[in-house]
Design a protein around this ligand. Structure first.
Ligand code: PMP
Ligand code: GLN
Length: 395
């Protein structure tokens, strides 16, 4: 018997989203042979030593379920990392959990903390999974916008977005895609609102070691009164340049971690133990590894900024992350950012991400984001293609 063509629909919230812009642009880059400065991933893998450790751990075994919260070595390393970089005293047994990427950590937080109808404050532009996850968990998004070129925090609007219904703010610093690093004053303003409204803060700090020009990364958790209200999330994918590993870690006070672990135990339960072992060793690297990572990316930022400016683009400031954005009007492009990205991938052979993809709607339609954690020769080649295409001076 034929099945009816009209079957019961899947969940309406998730079904309403298309394939992510990162996947779409990467696929198109492969199809067209374009240089992919769209989706954020390094084109050189992180430390070979860590890859060998992971491989050796897989061969030596055991390859069976590790403890649900993560292997002790990694949880201890996360606690020590918190102490070393931020002077946070963390109990590795009750305040640290390992997840399958920061993405799972974020999902766990939303599933475990949000009660349907709770309000969740978020700062647009938004990393792609935030809004679907919050909405799927039953949260009511309260969006506040920062905008190019200066990305100033609109303090009045932020204060208005908070209410007694606010369960949490989802804060990303260093911010993807704005490349903004929230400073002490802005963080204090946010901390005051969180405390005033008895809310929590879920802090996506995956780019914590990609901050430039000597500016510090300040976890919101380190501010007075915030230790008990914050969840701090990191990612081995970013810190060790291995985005496929999907090893994340969260630090939270025991009362929150206990609640969030209830989501983890039913979503993934554990994360591959061979990868956890390698990440534990990585987090124990001495300071020079972490300083080297940001120094290397800072020089790539300067390289791509210089080359894109020579190609005629006005570039926006990049304080952290590995993304740099340009104003597409400055090379005389008359369409919007989505048309621009479609155009340059096909006509210039370079992929980028339209900034508007990170907003719900609105008029931010003239900026494109380039990912610069690529080999210097690739960055130069991409800028050269754009310079030739747009007929820049001297190209
Ligand atoms: N948050 C932000 C802001 C990101 O840019 C990324 C990178 N994809 C993630 C979370 C996800 O990290 P992971 O790959 O560890 O899940
Ligand atoms: N964080 C990456 C970016 O912003 C993408 C990760 C993904 O594709 N999910 O480009």
């Amino acid at each position: 018997m034929l099945h009816s063509l009209i079957m019961k629909p899947a969940n309406s919230i998730l079904s309403s989203y298309g394939v992510t812009v990162f996947e779409t642009m990467s696929r198109l880059a492969i199809e067209t042979g374009a240089i992919n400065l769209g989706q954020g991933f390094p084109d050189e893998d992180g430390p070979e030593e860590l890859r060998r450790l992971a491989a050796e751990a897989a061969v030596a075994g055991p390859n069976q379920y590790p403890p649900m919260l993560g292997i002790p070595e990694l949880r201890q390393a996360v606690a020590a990392h918190n102490k070393r970089f931020y002077d946070l005293d963390v109990d590795w047994q009750t305040e640290v959990m390992v997840t399958s990427g920061a993405t799972e950590a974020l999902a766990d937080c939303m599933l475990a903390l949000i009660e349907p109808g709770d309000e969740v404050v978020m700062i647009e532009p938004l990393y792609d999974c935030y809004l679907p996850m919050v909405r799927r968990a039953g949260g009511v998004p309260k969006l506040v916008r920062i905008e190019p070129p200066n990305w100033e925090l609109p303090r009045d609007a932020l204060a208005e977005a908070f209410s007694d219904k606010t369960k949490l703010i989802l804060l990303n610093s260093p911010h993807n895609p704005a490349a903004k690093v929230f400073n002490a004053d802005e963080l204090q303003f946010i901390a005051d609102l969180v405390q005033k409204h008895d809310a929590y803060a879920v802090c996506d700090e995956v780019y914590e070691h990609l901050v430039f020009d000597g500016q510090p990364h300040i976890p919101l958790m380190t501010l007075d009164g915030m230790r008990e209200r914050c969840v701090r999330i990191g990612s081995a994918g970013k810190t060790f340049s291995m985005t496929s590993w999907k090893v994340g870690y969260m630090t939270a006070p025991a009362h929150l971690l206990g609640a969030i672990s209830k989501a983890h135990q039913f979503v993934t339960f554990t994360t591959p133990s061979c990868l956890q072992r390698a990440v534990a060793a990585g987090l124990e690297y001495d300071d020079s590894y972490f300083a080297g990572l940001s120094a290397q990316q800072q020089s790539k930022r300067d390289r791509i900024a210089g080359a894109l400016e020579a190609a005629g683009f006005e570039t926006l400031k990049t304080e952290g992350t590995y993304f740099l954005s340009v104003d597409i009007r400055t090379v005389g492009f008359e369409g919007d950012d989505a048309q621009f990205c479609e155009h340059i991938i096909r006509e210039a052979g370079v992929a980028a991400i339209p900034m508007s993809a990170f907003y719900q709607d609105g008029d931010v339609r003239h900026f494109a984001r380039f990912c610069f954690c690529k080999q210097d020769a690739i960055l130069d080649a991409a800028a050269e293609k754009l310079a030739q295409h747009f007929g820049a001076r001297g190209a």
